[in-house]
Write a protein that binds this ligand. Sequence first.
Ligand code: UDP
Ligand code: MG
Length: 338
Amino acid sequence: MILGSDLSALGTGTAAARKLSLVVPLYNEAAGLPQLHERLVALAATLRQRYGLACEVIYVDDGSADATLSVAHGLAAPTLDVQVVSLSRNFGKEAALMAGLDHAGNGAVLFMDGDGQHPPALVEQLVQHWIVDGYDVVYTAKAHRDNESWLRRTAVRGFYVLINWGARQKIPEDAGDFRLLSPRAAAALRQLPERNRFFKGLASWIGFRQIRVDYEPEPRSHGITSFNAARLVGLSIEGLTSFSVAPLRIASLLGLLLAFVAFLFGLSILWETMVSGKSVPGYPSLVVGLMTIGGVQLIMIGIVGEYIGKILSELKARPIYFVAEHSVKRAETTSTNE
Ligand code: UDP
Ligand code: MG
């Protein structure tokens, strides 16, 4: 029985089958979409000319409440195929990315945000790393975090220390969802069966030749981010529990540590009683001890609960998303060429 997956036949993408699918998740992005699309149309023309690359864009409408879907349907397809996949409700960005990946052709796949923060101008550089240098995963990372608060930077750092603790394949710090996957890397990502998808983690876990590209995210073209602090914390817990058992290990270590401290404390009480001969009035230390242990236990039960919740949702094996509508517009240039 073969328990692995041989993707060698796909290679990094042969010249004959050079296709690139741009996956763009959209949640209330109607205002900036036409502008983004214009940039992608120009980009596709350039890529076709320089690398003979046939492009398609897959807009995944993640249950937007505004006119995103009708705007997406109205977009023209002069240089690249346009797919519009509309999910039945808002499933979240990770699910939208997955839907895009599932609808992409068997060429390379590139993920980019629909709010203009991921500059289309950088795409050509990512494509170069793939086609010319033969990399499988070209990921981008924020060049710096100078504009973020100290608290946020520390939290981010702590998160990566924790999630990478003892991991064989480290998740690169600051890497975003803006990344390109070669055909075999995209195929690998499709094969991962889990429902709780932490995209950055999975894309790094699959391995292959990976390269980092630093860039400066552009300001949002309109509106505000849908990832506030609470949602980011949620995403971090999601990532941590689906990717690493570090929190459980910390629970065990903390338990050991507490037991050790309690043992020393017990010895010291014993010693004091024997030397001074009087019993120690211990009310405050008793209460402190009880509360510490009670608190730590509750936290640890919570952590274990997170993992049990994860097991439950994997066990239910519900689909990650539902597609309500799907439309494809073929590029005018390809239909005349082929
Ligand atoms: N997005 C999505 N579903 C959601 C939230 C966001 O598809 O539930 C999309 C959004 O339209 C954008 C991308 O994910 O294209 C990144 O979202 P946002 O800009 O709000 O996050 P940030 O850039 O701050 O990480
Ligand atoms: Mg954004």
